[in-house]
Design a protein around this ligand. Structure first.
Ligand SMILES: [Zn+2]
Length: 106
């Protein structure tokens, strides 16, 4: 049984130990989560990032590289919810690069 707290800690751990940004599927693979469940990680990631920022008083945080449309290059800068958008608002393509995440320490 995994509890949510340890899952969030592991998300931060894998990001800390990575030298490049990771998307949600890569994080899922690294913490041993079924890829089908990887979407559920967005919520955990959001909480984990908040906690990290608060505990470190803003010295450590998780930066997001926003999703981007492969077809036209549109960047989803204003995501109201952490997720992989399903469709590009500009060209309607569904080929979207998911957001990726990086641990940053100042
Ligand atoms: Zn597009």
């Amino acid at each position: 049984m995994k509890n949510f707290e340890s899952r969030r800690e592991r998300i931060i751990d894998v990001l800390k130990n990575s030298d490049r940004p990771l998307n949600i599927d890569e994080i899922a693979a690294l913490i041993g989560l079924n890829p089908r469940e990887s979407k559920s990680l967005y919520e955990d990631l959001r909480h984990a990032a908040k906690t990290l920022y608060r505990k470190s008083k803003g010295r450590e945080y998780i930066a997001m590289i926003p999703p981007r449309c492969i077809n036209c290059g549109f960047v989803f800068k204003n995501l109201n919810k952490l997720r992989k958008p399903s469709k590009c608002p500009k060209c309607k393509s569904e080929r979207i690069i998911p957001p990726s995440f990086m641990y940053v320490e100042e």
